[in-house]
Design a protein around this ligand. Structure first.
Ligand code: SF4
Ligand code: SF4
Length: 293
């Protein structure tokens, strides 16, 4: 059954947007465990896409044949509903300079990243879950059903059971691209106005919100490597040569990251993993890199 909103959709969207921007700043989980003057995440970047935008259908060719459109995802989670309109809310949480510096200073020959680089994932996941609940609650109080994509095993099941699989059903980076938040770099990460070291998440809501325009013509537009082969800084940053002029070898990257997981658990007592060296000390680390005139 379609939901009836109590406010104008644009006004509810503005309210929600302001709530998300505010949520993180002084949240307990956004403070470093050992120094509460430091933050894990900067102000988020948020975009909105029409759930029936044809771009999502194209992801079956671009990302993976099993990639879900927002409508397919919605039907999996709420099979008894067929809302007239859907909006995908993409939320990117940029990691602060303190977090980036911690990994930058970490030994480059280490098989694992710095403590803070790993902990930002743990805390980010916990904080995101709280934010998701709050967003779902705000929408529900306005008669709108929604869910967070990372709260459901159905959407990320394959990735969770087989970490080396590239058979993913929901790519948060591609969702962010569709929501006007950034374009892809040679390294495979999404480059945004806040750089590329960030946590990506999304929700799907049965509502029509004004969409965020995509201010780019090409999916590689913000990366200096395209079209003239400049930069390539991320290639030199990868310790396992997973990045080349052809792009990122996802299997090589994931092998390094997952090989480090038991070491992370033993050394940091954190159930996470990571690497991220290609996101640091490169021109797109903290913003859209400037091109030579
Ligand atoms: S480091 Fe350079 S080549 Fe690599 S993604 Fe960033 S801009 Fe592109
Ligand atoms: S995350 Fe690490 S292993 Fe993966 S491409 Fe970047 S530098 Fe290489």
């Amino acid at each position: 059954m379609d939901q009836v909103s109590k406010k104008s959709n644009a006004s509810l969207q503005s309210e929600l947007h302001a709530f998300i921007l505010e949520f993180y700043q002084d949240h307990e989980l956004n403070k470093f465990r050992y120094d509460e003057t430091k933050r894990y995440f900067d102000v988020p970047v948020i975009g909105y896409a029409d759930g029936d935008d044809p771009i999502f259908e194209s992801y079956k060719n671009v990302v993976c044949k099993n990639h879900l459109t927002p409508r397919e995802a919605y039907s999996k989670i709420r099979p008894d509903e067929n809302p007239k309109k859907l909006t995908v809310i993409s939320i990117l949480l940029p990691q602060t300079k303190e977090v980036r510096d911690s990994n930058r200073r970490h030994r480059q020959d280490s098989p694992i990243p710095s403590y803070d680089w790993v902990d930002v994932k743990v805390r980010g996941r916990e904080m995101q879950a709280k934010l998701n609940n709050a967003i779902v609650g705000i929408l529900a109080s306005n008669g709108i059903n929604s869910f967070a994509t990372d709260s459901t095993e159905l959407i990320h099941a394959k990735f969770k059971t087989d970490p080396l699989s590239v058979d993913i059903q929901w790519s948060e980076r591609h969702i962010a691209y569709a929501a006007g938040l950034g374009t892809f770099g040679l390294c495979g990460n999404i480059i945004t106005e806040k750089g590329k070291a960030m946590r990506c998440a999304s929700l799907i809501a049965a509502v029509e919100f004004p969409v965020t325009p995509r201010p780019y013509q090409h999916y590689r537009e913000y990366c200096l490597f395209y079209p003239n082969g400049e930069c390539k800084a991320c290639i030199g940053r990868c310790p396992v040569s997973a990045i080349s002029e052809s792009g990122k070898n996802i299997e090589l990257c994931k092998e390094r990251i997952w090989a480090g997981k038991p070491i992370v658990t033993e050394k940091y007592d954190l159930m996470e993993h990571g690497c991220g060296l290609c996101q640091l000390s490169v021109p797109c680390e903290a913003g859209i890199p400037a091109r030579k005139k």
